[in-house]
Design a protein around this ligand. Structure first.
Ligand code: HEM
Length: 403
């Protein structure tokens, strides 16, 4: 049996990135919390058991941590570190409240027809691109849907939407396991600077020409002194909100299409009953978690699944492994949207639970409800290529024919 250190090293390899699931199974055989040899890794333990991962995610004594330096000089760390995503209480809640106030269930429900219509429009374009049995890349659609949805929600002009993909990718690559090489840092710093300037300009424009979109209402709250955050914090949170919203959802769509096309009976069932899309989305998220790595730092000594995690230790939580824990899900490796218990940790848990979960679910439902009705003969036209990211599990390309 390999040690947890050996398994973690294998996770970072080409094969591990492509298919981490057998490695997760090895971790489960060791235990729900696997200790790493002292000094061998920045992390003290890996948390892979479902209950242990849920407990760790909910426990605010496990702090979020982006950099050991509280005042980092690197721009990417300053921008990300200024957002709720990498903050602890009380700052985290102060910022989160601002976005929860605008991402209300009522506003989101009202947005559902817009998501359906955008999905229809983008599927039209996909269909046009794939006319005459031309091969098209599903990843392009999977990018355009979530970026168009968040862009429409925030009030980002359509013509700007293509610009975000590459910048976000550079930041995500830096955040990935093994992504701290100097050239990756330089690329991420540059992207963070460009994104910062974009949102600063957007805020300035709303002041000159007030608009009734999400950024307009956030700027209004900022200027009336009622938002509880300052301008730089608004910029940092917008940057993280947009970044967090589309690669994750893009991965949900590509992971999902690959899984569904491997089971033609599910494609037939979805085509006959688009209402099944909801359970399919949950099972896709469980089976292929879009986010695979979450780091925390113990702010005090903490007991987790019988292990003592000492103050200051770093823990690596693996939601994708937790979702495949055989103690939680019988037959965990089988993709089965009909299973009784569709619970997963793919949106995190507790106080940091994803603020965009409802929106992501809405997009997944709209896409899978419409896709096979629209293109009943849709099929893969070549081998899908997985992205190299371990942090964000998805695809680089997925050639398809519309039938
Ligand atoms: C399938 C799609 C998505 C997945 C799998 C996902 C996953 C996650 C996870 C695991 C976390 C918790 C991170 C932690 O505990 O440290 C999180 C937080 C967050 N997500 Fe998502 N997300 C998705 C879509 C979205 C969307 C569409 C948005 C924006 C509209 C969004 C915005 C955020 C933000 C702002 C946070 C930070 C919340 C906080 O710090 O309290 N996400 N997401």
């Amino acid at each position: 049996m390999r040690t947890a250190n050996e398994i973690l090293a294998a996770l970072g390899s080409e094969d591990g990135r492509r298919d981490p699931m057998p490695l997760f199974a090895e971790l489960h055989r060791i235990g729900p919390v696997c200790r790493l040899a002292p000094g061998s890794s920045p992390y003290a333990v890996v948390v892979n058991g479902y209950d242990a991962a849920q407990e760790a995610l909910k426990d605010t004594r496990f702090h979020r941590l982006l950099s050991a330096d509280p005042n980092p000089k690197e721009l990417v760390l300053r921008r990300l570190g200024g957002s709720m995503m990498f903050r602890n209480e009380p700052d985290h809640l102060r910022m989160r409240k601002v976005f929860q106030a605008v991402l209300t269930p009522r506003r989101l429900t009202g947005f559902e027809p817009v998501v359906d219509a955008l999905t229809e429009e983008l599927l039209d374009e996909l269909g046009k691109g794939g006319a005459d049995r031309k091969v098209v890349d599903f990843v392009d659609f999977a990018y355009r849907l979530p970026i168009t949805v968040i862009g429409t929600f925030l009030g980002i002009p359509r013509s700007d939407l293509g610009w975000f993909r590459d910048r976000t990718q550079r930041i995500d690559e830096y955040l990935d396991l093994g992504g701290k090489a100097p050239e990756k840092l330089a690329a991420a710093n540059q992207a963070a600077g460009e994104l910062n300037d974009y949102y600063a300009r957007m805020i300035a424009e709303r002041r000159i020409r007030p608009r009734d979109d999400l950024v307009g209402s956030l700027v209004h709250a900022l200027d009336s002194g009622t938002s509880g955050i300052d301008e730089q914090e608004l910029i940092d949170n917008l940057l993280v909100l947009v970044n967090a919203s589309f690669v994750t959802t893009m991965n949900l769509l590509t992971n999902g299409l690959e899984l569904l096309l491997n089971q033609s009976r599910l494609v037939d069932a979805l085509r006959d009953d688009p209402g099944l899309a909801s359970d399919c989305v949950e099972e896709i998220l469980r089976h292929q978690s879009s986010v695979q790595l979450i780091s925390r730092k113990a702010s005090t000594d903490i007991e987790l699944a019988g292990e003592t995690i000492t103050e200051g230790s770093l823990v690596l939580i693996l939601p994708g492994a937790a979702n495949r824990d055989p103690a939680k899900h019988p037959d965990a490796d089988t993709f089965d949207p009909g299973r009784d218990d569709l619970q997963h940790l793919s949106f995190g848990a507790g106080p940091f639970y994803c603020v965009g979960a409802a929106l992501a679910r809405m997009e997944g439902r709209a896409a899978f409800a419409q896709l096979f009705q629209r293109f009943p003969g849709l099929q893969l036209a070549g081998e899908p290529v997985r992205s190299r990211s371990l942090l964000l599990r998805g695809h680089q390309s997925m050639p398809i024919r519309m039938g």
